[in-house]
Design a protein around this ligand. Structure first.
Ligand code: AHR
Length: 513
């Protein structure tokens, strides 16, 4: 009789879309951390594309929008609050047709160009090297500059490095002084081309590897500025690109990039950012999880040529890519951002943390008003997207020690397909606090995660949660705080056992002290 009652109860819960018992088991080895999670994994990317630079950061000194030397204060403050560690600029595809000398000197004298990749609009070069480096100083973040290999020259890149970083007497350092900047800047991260297998010149890996060596030779370390040269890496699963570039040029680089975007449908019709069903949601998460395989397989190739793991894997473009918002310029890549995007971000960041032995940097595409943004603006208004709140929660992992975890996750099933419902990452910070970030991708079922903490001496638990009523909820200019973080009360600690109950479609940060 009892058993019949239990079956009835399970059937009722199943009909309600809830499961009775979650079987997520997690072990965290709190005393066995080996690798540091490089804070640069939490980096960002901003291109001269649509309203990212113009309108997003740059409004000009005469704007009514509160700004400091032309850069909007609200966006700077929002990004400082999530402690962005680096900012990649000026592209993207734009980088390989950008001539930096057009963006220095008096603004009214700077030449104009056509931004052929992105909407064919006129680029007036009012935001150039000085403005970008001022932005980085205001943000207290490290610049990451990508130089033009596709349509530029070795001389042009070499002079750019000299202009920015040389502290002595030289033609370029003197030109910088004439343009109002006496002291050199420190710029460590330099990308040598972008997507040179595609928009950056349609090159073969052999040709690019030779070109990379040529460029790398003439980009110098001046004074105390030691360059971290990042070679253009593969498009998704192109392991041959990684193989060839590592074999021919691996010893000349400090980093090798990787680009992978989550596109729910296909490049012709990528799917809507806000109007999607569970089928499309499931596919988005499934495609996000492909990142795990990509990292593992590219790392395997890198290991063959660089077993010491000297060369960092730099995932300098990642995120969701949907159809643009209806009625907006197709070349501007403006898309809304829902709770689905937050789940995608949380899973990706957990995957990057897990491979911080090799992944040294990652850059979400793109910070403001383009693709999976953290901030959206409309004239003087600004909103924070669900993805913003993920970076807000996860900032605790920056420069913390990764703790080994072993997770047995229940499955999130849709039709005849299934994926892990739960994703997790744990780290210990300099003060000894343990932070666990958990994602429940399952939109229908809560997940109880029974956790054993090995080697931890903690007695206090608290947390934050990011969730919302619907998976396609988003923040709009009319309703800016629909999807936001709140206190989390679903974690209980008893000796070395921690139980966390994750709401459906949620991200949770647990802090243990
Ligand atoms: O982020 C948008 C574009 O995507 C970048 O310019 C390019 O590198 C990639 O194809």
């Amino acid at each position: 009789m009892k058993r019949v009652k239990m079956y009835v109860w399970i059937a009722v819960l199943t009909m309600m879309g809830l499961s009775a018992t979650a079987q997520n088991r997690l072990i965290i080895e709190a005393d066995r951390g080996e690798y540091t999670i490089n804070r640069h994994i939490y980096g960002h990317f901003s291109e001269h594309l649509g309203r990212c630079i113009y309108g997003g950061y740059w409004v000009g000194e005469d704007s009514d929008i509160p700004n400091t030397r032309g850069i909007r204060n609200d966006v700077v403050q929002a990004l400082k609050d999530i402690r962005i560690p680096n900012l990649r600029w000026p592209g993207g595809c734009f980088a390989d047709e950008y001539h930096w000398m057009d963006g220095i000197g008096p603004r009214e004298k700077r030449p104009k160009m056509i931004n052929t990749h992105w909407g064919g609009v006129v680029e007036d070069n009012s935001f150039g090297t000085h403005e970008f480096l001022d932005l980085c100083e205001q943000l207290d973040t490290e610049p990451y500059i990508t130089a033009n290999v596709g349509s530029g020259t070795v001389e042009e890149m070499s002079k750019w490095v000299e202009y920015i970083t040389f502290d002595g007497e030289s033609p370029m350092a003197n030109l910088r002084r004439e343009n109002g900047r006496d002291e050199p800047w420190k710029v460590k991260f330099w990308g040598i081309g972008n997507e040179n297998w595609g928009c950056g010149g349609n090159m073969t890996p052999d040709y690019y590897a030779d070109l990379y060596r040529h460029y790398a030779t003439y980009t110098r370390d001046y004074g105390g500025n030691r360059l971290y040269r990042i070679a253009c890496g593969a498009n998704g699963g192109d392991y041959n690109w990684t193989e060839t570039v590592m074999k021919n040029a691996g010893r000349h680089m400090q980093g090798l990039s990787l680009h992978y975007y989550t596109v729910p449908k296909h490049w012709g019709d990528k799917g809507s950012a806000t109007d999607f069903n569970e089928q499309e949601y499931f596919t988005t998460i499934e495609k996000t999880l492909y990142m795990k395989e990509l990292i593992a397989k590219h790392a395997e190739v890198m290991d063959r040529y660089d077993p010491q793991k000297r060369v960092g894997m730099i995932i300098d473009e990642w995120g969701t890519w949907y159809n643009v918002e209806p009625g907006t310029n197709p070349g501007f890549l403006y898309q809304q951002n829902t709770l689905r995007d937050a789940i995608v971000a949380g899973i990706n960041l957990n995957l990057f943390n897990a491979r911080c032995d090799r992944v040294q940097m990652a850059n979400l595409a793109q910070t403001v008003n383009v693709l999976q943004s953290v901030v959206l603006t409309d004239e003087e208004k600004m909103i924070l997207t669900p993805t913003y709140w993920v970076f807000y929660l996860y900032k605790v992992h920056q420069d913390a020690t990764l703790l080994p975890v072993s997770l047995t996750s229940t499955k999130y099933r849709h039709g005849d397909r299934e994926i892990d419902a739960v994703s997790v990452s744990a780290s210990k910070d300099a003060e000894g606090k343990i932070h666990i970030t958990l994602v429940n991708a399952d939109p229908n079922n809560e997940q109880r995660v029974d956790t054993r903490l090995v080697g931890a001496s903690v007695s206090k638990v608290r947390g934050k949660v990011l969730t919302s009523g619907k998976i396609n909820d988003y923040n709009s200019f009319e309703e800016p705080s629909k999807v936001t973080v709140s206190d989390f009360n679903g974690a209980t600690l008893s000796c070395d056992n921690l139980t966390v109950t994750l709401p459906p479609k949620s991200l949770v940060l647990v802090e243990l002290r």
